[in-house]
Ligand binder design. Structure first.
Ligand SMILES: NC(=O)c1ccc[n+]([C@@H]2O[C@H](COP(=O)([O-])OP(=O)(O)OC[C@H]3O[C@@H](n4cnc5c(N)ncnc54)[C@H](O)[C@@H]3O)[C@@H](O)[C@H]2O)c1
Length: 366
């Protein structure tokens, strides 16, 4: 994986998409799962008018009534099979609990629908791998909802790193904490750290070679509500990710330290989310005795880059529709989803073995 390949998300035309490329809107798009997050998808699809029909599917009549009340033109159903049998629906967005992703996404792909699966793509690397193969065999788009890869501040940070302004990256330290929302089927790493891992892999343009994870469950057996991940990369580059559902404050903060400059990203700030600090350390190259060892600290200016903000989910939604219509490979394609799942899976193994470092299995690309 190179930075360019991650950054640009190279376009690849699929033969099966040629007919779709002549159209500018889709016939129908379905959102499956209208709990906490799914209604945001329904809103964006409804407002963008990128499909002639928007169909919402959930077991819960109450959730369906809620979205129907907000967006009267949408259609609703409690049956996933209604969506899968409907030849007018070309794309399905899976916004159900993580443990259901593989089952729903594989049925959607088997029905020939382009599919977007919310993060993380699946609960294991083999399952993510299988989804990628199914999408390829059927020539349909498969995308994963790594929303922060569509966020303007994250894209700006990547631009700053790629320009070399920070120098060689030494480490990344990321904190994502708040009180709740506890998930029923996955621990806090699979829920929250998914975001940080996808951001870090995208910013650094490489996979870690080993990871370790410590965590603790306080409310439910083997369902950690606080965790600390360590990702080791080549050339001494290291990343730390602290995630928690048990924190009094909402924190969304990452620090990136380079050999030239340092950057702090605070996603909870209403404005001025990124600050670049001209701070660093220099070691004198010459000294005769240990006592002569000299470090000098540079305390320079701080600047705040200008960012054109837009809702990341809207950008992501437009990208998904555009990839289907043009037959392009999404920036956050199945391989991107597989990379993140592979890191999470290794973290899970580390967690179950007391935090030992666990290598990342090769064989993700391709
Ligand atoms: N990208 C982001 O920033 C972001 C943010 C939050 C959540 N998410 C992801 O969104 C997904 C959903 O999370 P949530 O917090 O909204 O969960 P939730 O539990 O609040 O809602 C899930 C909904 O799915 C419905 N459902 C479950 N199985 C179904 C099925 N087979 N058919 C129809 N409906 C079904 C449930 O009835 C429920 O209403 C998860 O994958 C989560 O990781 C992504």
């Amino acid at each position: 994986m190179t930075l360019q390949s991650v950054a640009v998300g190279e376009a690849a035309e699929h033969g099966a998409h040629a007919a779709a490329a002549r159209r500018r809107t889709l016939g129908g798009v379905a959102v499956v799962g209208l709990g906490y997050w799914g209604p945001n998808w329904a809103r964006n699809l409804y407002q963008m008018q990128c499909a002639r029909r928007v169909v919402c599917c959930d077991f819960s009549h109450q959730r369906l009534a809620h979205v129907k009340n907000l967006y009267p033109a949408i259609e609703t159903t409690t049956e996933l099979d209604d969506v899968l049998r409907d030849s007018g629906i070309e794309a399905v967005i899976v916004a159900t609990p993580v443990s259901t992703h593989f089952d729903i996404a594989s049925r959607s792909l088997a029905a020939g629908k382009s599919t977007l699966v919310e993060k993380p793509l699946a609960t294991s690397a083999p399952a993510a791998h299988r989804l990628r193969t199914m999408a390829r065999e059927r020539g349909v788009t498969l995308m994963v909802g790594h929303t922060f890869e569509y966020s303007a501040p994250v894209l700006k940070i990547r631009e700053i790193i790629c320009s070399g302004e920070l120098g060689d990256i030494f480490y990344v330290s990321s904190v994502r904490a708040n009180l709740g929302l506890f998930q029923r089927d996955v621990n806090v790493a699979w829920d929250l750290a998914t975001h940080d891992i996808s951001i870090i892999l995208m910013l650094l343009g490489q996979m870690p070679h080993e990871v370790s994870c410590h965590g603790q469950s306080h409310y439910r057996h083997n369902m950690e509500d606080v965790a600390m991940l360590t990702l080791r990369f080549a050339n001494n580059l290291i990343a730390f990710v602290h995630v928690s559902w048990l924190d009094p404050n909402k924190i969304r903060r990452a620090t990136i330290v380079g050999s030239r400059k340092m950057l702090v990203y605070d996603d909870t700030a209403l404005q001025e989310k990124i600050r670049v600090y001209d701070k660093g350390v220099t070691i004198s190259p010459y000294y005769d005795t240990y006592g002569d060892f000299q470090m000098s600290y540079r305390y320079g200016d701080v600047y705040i880059p200008r960012i054109e903000e837009s809702e990341p989910l809207k950008v992501e939604c437009e990208h998904f529709i555009d990839c289907i219509i043009r037959g392009r490979t999404p920036k956050t394609d199945a391989t991107s989803g597989l990379r993140v799942v592979s890191v999470l899976e290794a973290c899970e193994r580390s967690l179950r073995s007391g935090g030992a470092f666990v290598p990342i299995e090769p064989g993700i690309e391709g």
